[in-house]
Design a protein around this ligand. Structure first.
Ligand code: AMP
Length: 428
């Protein structure tokens, strides 16, 4: 299968070749033909599957079929939950449209709106936006959605988790009813299906990952450890495994900060990203991490959502998420683009109920072990004295089998080598 066969125009093929892509990823192979036929699409795909190009390339193809009006109107709206994701999609759109007469821009909150308003006034064909800022600027009459032909809701499940349902509904009412709708979501919950049913017309269902499961290339591993030992265990794993790029998740902003500071004290370069950080601080941290200036990025769930971090061999759950679906999102950061990855969770007593929920969602028992010298005592006290919210619920059967067919690796050993891979392999 090649991009040529998908029927994309030469300008797009040129941009794709310049990006170095040779083969369309599975989600691209499945979604692009339907989108080109102007069908509504309901797609299940995580970050890392190539979903952004999956909707952007056919969208650009369709938009470029008609020359732009003298006064450009927004013909395509891409709605995303987070600023980072919006910025990343914008970067992608710009790259893929280099050889086309198409203008795009991105708007999100947390930064001065004036430059955004100025760009909008000059006229754009594609707008990438987060819901809050979009509605704000619409209320101020800085933009109109009355010419939208194609709507993309990206990471729709996360938008619902973040409480954007009402905003999404408002946005839907601002657009012409005759339009093409594309909905991308990592999971298909009941709520997503309900939302999809409310505005998609006879959608084609496209799946790149099995429903509510994780990428098959990810190995899961749990280390049982007291809460107050977690930092030491993490330092040991990073140092002994000689890990060069690690994404670590905490549940709270406070813990993200504390952990990052402690790692720095130990000489492990690190930064925290979470909702209280300014946009600039987040961008700087992500850049530092991508450019290997930072070894560890400590993130909360919302902050990490949708980040485009290529080739991440390790994701560490310093704390398990209290919503099992977030585990799926977190580990979507590893095993990308056909590479394999390790998802390692440090689990204390008070998190056993979360672990059970996660295993139930994944439909597997995650392999677990203890680390000599760090065996849990059963007296878990959070390092900062704050308690985790769910009570301990001991489970009896801890003799876990392999988390995926083909066996687990242990935590250490593999370092992140090599540049970004351009070819998709393996991920469905
Ligand atoms: P996404 O899932 O959209 O976040 O994309 C994940 C990563 O895969 C990004 O770094 C893309 O640039 C890259 N990518 C997208 N499509 C392809 C492709 N067909 N071949 C190789 N890499 C790709």
């Amino acid at each position: 299968m090649s991009f040529e066969k998908l029927g994309l125009n030469d300008h797009l093929l040129k941009a794709i070749a310049e990006k170095g892509y040779t083969t369309p990823s599975p989600i691209q192979q499945k979604a692009i033909p339907h989108i080109l036929q102007q069908k509504d699409v309901l797609a299940s795909a995580q970050t890392g599957t190539g979903k952004t190009a999956g909707f952007t390339l056919p969208m650009l193809h369709l938009l470029s079929k008609r020359p732009p009006e003298r006064r450009r109107q927004i013909r395509s709206l891409i709605l995303t939950p987070t600023r980072e994701l919006a910025a990343q999609i914008y970067d992608n759109v710009k790259e893929y449209s280099t050889h086309l007469d198409i203008r795009s821009t991105v708007i999100f909150g947390g930064v001065n709106q004036n430059p955004q308003v100025r760009t909008l006034r000059q006229g754009v064909d594609i707008l990438i936006a987060t819901p809050g800022r979009l509605l704000d600027l619409h209320n101020q009459k800085a933009l109109s959605l009355s010419h939208v032909e194609i709507l993309v809701l990206d990471e729709a499940d996360r938008m619902l988790d973040m409480g954007f349902l009402r905003d999404i509904r408002k946005v839907l009412d601002l657009m012409p009813s005759k339009r093409q709708n594309l909905l991308f979501s990592a999971t298909f919950s009941k709520e997503i299906k309900k939302l999809a049913g409310s505005f998609l017309n006879n959608p084609v269902l496209v799946e790149a990952t099995p429903e509510n499961t994780t990428a098959e290339k990810v190995s899961h591993k749990v280390y049982f450890v007291d809460q107050q030992q977690k930092t030491d265990v993490l330092i040991k794993l990073i140092s002994e495994g000689d890990w060069s790029q690690v994404l670590v998740f905490t549940r709270t902003k406070h813990r993200a900060n504390r952990l990052s500071q402690k790692l720095e004290k130990e000489g492990i370069s690190s930064a925290a990203i979470h909702g209280n950080k300014t946009q600039n601080a987040r961008t700087k941290a992500l850049k530092g991490f991508k450019e290997n200036e930072l070894r560890v990025l400590v993130a909360t769930d919302i902050a990490a959502r949708g980040l485009d971090i290529p080739l991440l061999p390790y994701v560490i759950n310093f704390e398990l998420p209290n919503v099992a679906e977030d585990y799926v999102h977190r580990i979507g950061r590893t095993g990308r683009a056909g590479e394999s990855g390790d998802a390692i969770s440090l689990v204390s007593e008070d998190e056993m109920a979360y672990l059970r929920d996660i295993e139930k969602l994944l439909g597997l028992k995650i392999d677990n072990e203890t680390i000599p010298g760090f065996e849990p005592t059963g007296n878990s006290v959070p390092e900062d004295g704050r308690s985790n919210s769910r009570p301990f619920n001991r489970r009896s059967n801890q003799k876990g089998g392999n988390a995926k067919p083909g066996g687990n690796r242990s935590g250490g050993g593999r370092s992140n080598s090599g540049g970004p891979r351009k070819e998709f392999k393996g991920r469905r």
